[in-house]
Design a protein around this ligand. Structure first.
Ligand SMILES: Nc1nc2c(ncn2[C@@H]2O[C@H](COP(=O)(O)OP(=O)(O)OP(=O)(O)O)[C@@H](O)[C@H]2O)c(=O)[nH]1
Ligand SMILES: [Mg+2]
Ligand SMILES: [Zn+2]
Length: 285
């Protein structure tokens, strides 16, 4: 905050830094997860300086992080999963060639029913689903196994238990908060993205959010590229370049109607496609 960044060296020493002015000129902001070269401050100084930001393997706008290797999209029975948000996060992950998993927390509330329902929809899309509970410890061993050696970013709605999970998995001390009883929504307890290092993993705790704009215009014909379960079917569509909406002889739509791919995923795809077409149309305005 206030333009102050904390850098940690491999030896675990921490330094408080500011970014040099040239970054502002270049419109570059240091992100959580960045690897940097820096000059430490003198003993009497309040801070040192970030000199260079090393090339990023990837970067997100929401949450604003860099150098993630695994995206852990987190949901729970309460607050109820927003699948459109989940799908958008998965699309972003696909665009960046980043592996994503779905973490369904609070198994203790419904005995894993939400996790089973989401597994049926998402595992066909190549997304592994973890059924866990930060409270009871259910499924944490398998999840932790998956996180080994990764730089894993936990992302999703407020109140699903991202911070609670990191505390349960790694005994870090991420701040957690109640969810509002009246509206079953989180209270945005985590305000800033924080990177923890524990047991050979790097994990990012990020603030919950409920709106995700597809910021840059997506070429509408490309949207289906980010849906693995559709890519394998499109050769069977009657028309080349089929967008799988209203074209006759569409194998993807047929698969959705038969339940071979998830109807919810398919319907939300048509919504995202429509959004993309709208943004694309207005992209030079
Ligand atoms: N029943 C149950 N409650 C849980 C579980 N995990 C977390 N919670 C509760 O859910 C609420 C929100 O947890 P947080 O960890 O603060 O959620 P968050 O996703 O980090 O929320 P933000 O920081 O606002 O994005 C708290 O009241 C937790 O005690 C769980 O496995 N089971
Ligand atoms: Mg949190
Ligand atoms: Zn089609």
């Amino acid at each position: 905050m206030g333009g102050l960044y904390t850098a940690r060296t491999d030896d675990g020493l921490e330094y408080v830094l500011r970014a040099k002015k040239k970054f502002r000129r270049q419109r570059v902001t240091p992100l959580v997860g960045d690897r940097v070269l820096f000059t430490p401050g003198e003993i009497s100084d309040e801070h040192g300086w970030v000199e260079e930001i090393l090339p990023r393997a990837n970067q997100f706008v929401r949450p604003p992080v860099a150098n993630v290797t695994l995206l852990c999209v987190t949901v729970s029975p309460v607050p109820e999963p927003d699948c459109l948000l989940v799908d958008k996060l998965l699309v972003f992950a696909q665009m960046q060639d980043l592996t994503a998993v779905l973490v369904v927390n609070k198994n203790d509330l419904d005995g894993g029913e939400t996790a089973a329902r989401l597994a049926a929809a998402y595992e066909r899309a190549g997304v592994k689903v973890f059924d866990v509970s930060a409270s009871s410890g259910w499924g944490l061993k398998e999840l932790k196994e998956r996180l080994r050696g990764e730089s894993a970013c936990f992302s999703g709605q407020s109140g699903v238990g991202k911070s609670s999970l990191l505390n349960a998995l790694f005994s870090v001390r991420a701040q957690t908060g109640e969810i509002s009883e009246k509206i079953s929504r989180g209270k945005n307890t985590t305000r800033h993205t924080e990177l923890f290092e524990a047991d050979g993993c790097r994990v990012y705790d990020t603030p919950g959010f409920s709106l995700l704009e597809i910021g840059e215009p997506l070429d509408p014909v490309m949207v289906q590229e980010w849906y693995p379960e559709m890519r394998s079917l499109r050769d069977q569509c009657r028309f080349e370049g089929c967008c799988h909406v209203s074209e006759p002889g569409c194998a993807v739509r047929e698969a959705a109607q038969k339940g071979n791919i998830d109807m919810g995923r398919y319907t939300r795809y048509t919504i995202l496609l429509e959004d993309a077409r709208e943004v694309w149309k207005n992209r030079y305005r």
